[in-house]
Ligand binder design. Structure first.
Ligand SMILES: [Zn+2]
Ligand SMILES: [Zn+2]
Length: 304
């Protein structure tokens, strides 16, 4: 048995060394994946990171599985941090989430419920995130899709009122409605619009206007956006280089597209992490890519 002091010393000493060993030369430096769901077998999370060249990941964790994320983070020092989510329709969610943050969760998310983004439940959630001083990662889905077939945090068009009303809340926006709204002509007819982007969309504007808004680049939703209109996208990446956070939300087994097929034909047999890192590396200046893959998340989460 080691005592608590020895344990803290051992765990405290490990991250720096292990981080240096994982500098991910493939992407020119370390990579933080801010959107990796905790899997049934946590070792599969490790395999995905290894295969996609990710240094450190945020495990998005349901509150009842928080112990598993904490254990995985302790088993692999320096590799994991974790966010926690709970059902906003259950009245005890503030107590559950507060307890998880006390236990080491560094953020709230992914928050994805069938409620309005400006309804009473989410307002409680935004206030809680500000009180706990942790970021909150939100799935915005106004267009029902085959998987889930529902609206999540609906009413994105009105979300600027929340950005104004909760200036101390650090919002991280994710999913199809956010990325589709980079284009000013989004018609809410499909989750994954294609074709050229019309400048002036609300997501683009709000990233510029509100210091408390960041964007999560994970999933088919952002990858679809990145591939629509490369000329526009180069400007977007330059403009918001301090607000964009790389994430994958990839379901593949090995970080190379194996194991699980992606419902999007464009991403079939591919790893979203690799596809999105590759696209950003190609379209952003090296300095902006460095911020997006590592620095911005490190700063937002005050990681040492
Ligand atoms: Zn999501
Ligand atoms: Zn993958």
């Amino acid at each position: 048995m080691i005592n608590r002091r020895q344990f803290v010393q051992a765990v405290g000493a490990a991250p720096a060394a292990s981080l240096i060993a994982q500098q991910s030369p493939e992407w020119g430096g370390p990579v933080l994946d801010i959107h990796l769901h905790l899997r049934e077998d946590g070792e599969s999370n490790v395999a995905h990171m290894k295969g996609s060249g990710v240094t450190k990941a945020i495990l998005l964790t349901r509150v009842d599985a928080a112990g598993r994320s904490k254990a995985l983070a302790e088993k692999y020092p320096g590799k994991f941090i974790w966010f926690v989510s709970a059902d906003v329709l259950k009245p005890d969610f503030p107590a559950l989430l507060s307890k998880a943050v006390k236990n080491g969760a560094l953020g709230l998310g992914e928050i994805k419920n069938q409620v309005a983004c400006d309804g009473p439940e989410m307002k409680r959630m935004y206030a809680l995130a500000a009180d706990l001083n942790v970021p909150i990662l939100i799935h915005f889905g106004d267009v029902p899709q085959a998987s889930g077939n529902a609206v999540f945090n609906g009413g994105f068009k009105r979300f600027d009122a929340m950005l104004k009303a909760f200036p101390k809340t650090k919002f991280i926006a994710h999913a199809d409605t956010f990325w589709a709204n980079v284009s000013a002509d989004y018609a809410y007819d499909t989750a994954y619009p294609s074709g050229p982007i019309k400048p002036g969309g609300i997501s683009d504007k709000w990233l510029g206007d509100y210091p408390n808004l960041w964007a999560d680049m994970s999933a088919n939703s952002c990858n679809n956006f990145l591939n629509r209109d490369p000329e526009f996208t180069k400007g977007f990446l330059a403009r918001h280089q301090d607000k964009l956070l790389f994430g994958c939300d990839c379901p593949c087994a090995d970080g190379r597209g194996g194991g699980r097929s992606n419902p999007s034909p464009r991403l079939q047999g591919k790893c979203i992490a690799r596809e999105t890192l590759g696209a950003v590396q190609k379209m952003a200046k090296p300095e902006a890519f460095r911020k997006i893959r590592w620095e911005n998340g490190k700063k937002l989460l005050a990681l040492t």
